[in-house]
Design a protein. Structure first.
Ligand code: UT7
Length: 304
């Protein structure tokens, strides 16, 4: 299909990115995807909506400026006790949200948290721009975190940002104009623009930095890690991680060939598949590592 829309080839896309398929949400809102993922996560854990203290929704593609996706989820779940807000960290959303949850837990402000990541990137992808349309897909994933007295759970987090490179991944919202002179016909460029090479270089530098940092802070070596679950953007970026740490491909979870880059949803989508396939076992040490728009990056070390 894409080869009919732009000057590209399956061979180019697979060789340069590793992506073979992507899912597109047709006539579905980001909130609908988020609500479905949240309901699945709650059903899987057996935790009720009334137990949730905090809902964080991560998205780069909200349906509205207000209410937030998190508030839509809160309403639908009837999670009356939960505070709810959206977090804007693009592809690093899940990692950033996990860091916020960790802070709430450590401050004693929450015991149960729902993180839901939902994206309808197809709404901001220009399907005449071959540099982005082959990469992105829609999707949603959610995770429930619960405070426990044990030393397991979220062990270390590290977040970073380099706003000076923000234009490398740009999707603008409202036009800038004199509000008193504003024209109802102002053309808005709603599409995502990316300097792929710059984001690639950023990822190749910051992903190892983030992993090294959580390992060092936790006093853990890479040999002790059972899984690395990276943001799914490009197989060549994942190869950088494997080569840097001498990891076997089996230690790094990859599913981008079927979903493309789903921004914040990519890590929870991986976790859901891993859980369903029996790959997540109690006691394992796992690193989530994300990077993307902002530009932002970060890593989390957890013991499940
Ligand atoms: O989620 C976080 C945000 N995004 C990312 O992490 C993306 C990071 N970057 C990347 O994954 C890669 O940079 C891309 C996959 C986006 C691009 O791969 P690249 O190897 O860096 O290619 P390039 O941008 O250097 O382009 C090489 C050539 C160019 O043609 P010329 O100028 O050499 O004639 C592009 O126009 O490939 C061309 N090209 C394509 N050709 C066929 C770019 N996209 C396509 C395409 N099909 N889809």
């Amino acid at each position: 299909m894409l080869t009919k829309m732009v000057d590209t080839s399956d061979e180019w896309i697979v060789q340069r990115t590793g992506i073979r398929e992507r899912r597109i949400a047709v006539n579905q809102t980001t909130a609908e995807l988020a609500i479905t993922a949240a309901k699945h996560a709650l059903a899987d854990t057996g935790i009720t909506a009334q137990e949730i203290d905090i809902i964080i929704a991560c998205t780069a593609t909200p349906d509205s400026y207000t209410p937030s996706i998190a508030c839509r989820v809160q309403a639908e779940l009837q999670a009356q006790r939960a505070v709810a807000f959206d977090l804007s960290a693009a592809c690093s959303g899940f990692v950033y949200a996990t860091d916020v949850v960790d802070s709430y837990f450590r401050a004693g402000k929450a015991k149960t948290a729902l993180v839901v990541c939902a994206e309808t990137l197809s709404r901001i992808v220009d399907y005449t721009d071959r540099t982005v349309c082959c990469l992105f897909g829609d999707g949603a994933g959610a995770a429930v975190y619960q405070w426990s007295e044990t030393k397991d759970g979220i062990l270390q987090t590290f977040m970073g940002a380099d706003g000076s490179r923000g234009d490398a991944l740009l999707a603008t919202a409202l036009p800038v104009e004199d509000p008193l002179e504003q024209s109802r016909n102002t053309e808005v460029d709603r599409f995502l623009h990316m300097n792929g090479k710059e984001v690639f270089r950023f990822a190749a530098r910051t992903v190892p930095e983030a992993i090294d940092c959580v390992l060092k802070q936790a006093g853990v070596t890479i040999d002790e890690i059972d899984w690395i679950v990276p943001h799914q953007a490009n197989l060549r970026i994942i190869d950088v991680i494997c080569r840097r740490y001498g990891l076997a491909p089996e230690q790094v979870y990859v599913n981008l060939e079927r979903y493309g880059n789903t921004s914040s949803a990519s890590i929870p989508l991986c976790l859901d598949e891993m859980r369903r396939n029996g790959l997540l076992l109690a006691g394992q040490l796992i690193i989530f590592v994300g990077f993307g728009g902002g530009l932002t990056y970060g890593a989390v070390l957890i013991r499940i």
